[in-house]
Design a protein around this ligand. Sequence first.
Ligand code: ACO
Length: 214
Amino acid sequence: MTGRVADVWPVRLTGLQVAAGALTLRPVRLSDARRWSRTRIAEEPRLRPFEATVTERWADRHAAVRWPALCLSQRSAARRGVLVPLVIEVDGKYAGQITLGNVMRGPLQSAWIGYWVAGPFTGGGVATGAVAQLVDHAFGPMRLNRLEATVRPENAASRAVLTATGFDEVGLIPRYMHVDGAWRDHLLTVTTADDHGEAAVARLLRSGRARWSG
Ligand code: ACO
């Protein structure tokens, strides 16, 4: 019942077209340093309210010199099968990141999903398309049984993304994570392989929110 690591990493998911452009999900790489740093620093006001508290200066935490260690540890975790760390590209441009984390095998077969999209690329279906593709990959080649995502109740855009890609809000976790300087409640959202009768991408195609390109 387990997708073998060698069969599912590295992964590259392409071909989905959303309003913002053509999506590619591909592994993080060392050469992302400057793009990652520039984008994360520019996006601080949008990211900080929804990401784990950063205690040092945001610009220091996201300096380009910090990327190699982070990237190498993520790629090492990916080779062990516990993480799927991907960059989201829109028409070949660096637009954000999407990750499956804490991939559990054995009787759980589960993972969490998290993502961010840079301001210039938002509002065009990028996150929805990227989550749909990764959900299908998780329930398809990776053969997972359950995906969860936690989201702050006030994060309306992310809740819309999760609803559109088949996640159900199952409850509120009080003071779940330290975000933006305080312990914040989060909604737990879940989707399972059994819910996944219609693939997430197929649902977007049927509703006209995406199409296959090429
Ligand atoms: N109120 C209600 N709905 C909103 C709002 C709002 N203020 N703003 C946007 N939306 C809706 C849009 O209408 C759209 O829904 P629709 O397709 O049904 O019309 C949806 O939110 C956004 O869908 P996309 O265009 O696919 O998403 P986008 O590419 O713009 O990315 C994201 C959304 C990822 C939340 C982006 O804004 C972002 O990176 N925010 C900061 C970081 C963040 O919040 N990351 C997610 C943390 S939670 C997690 O990772 C599970």
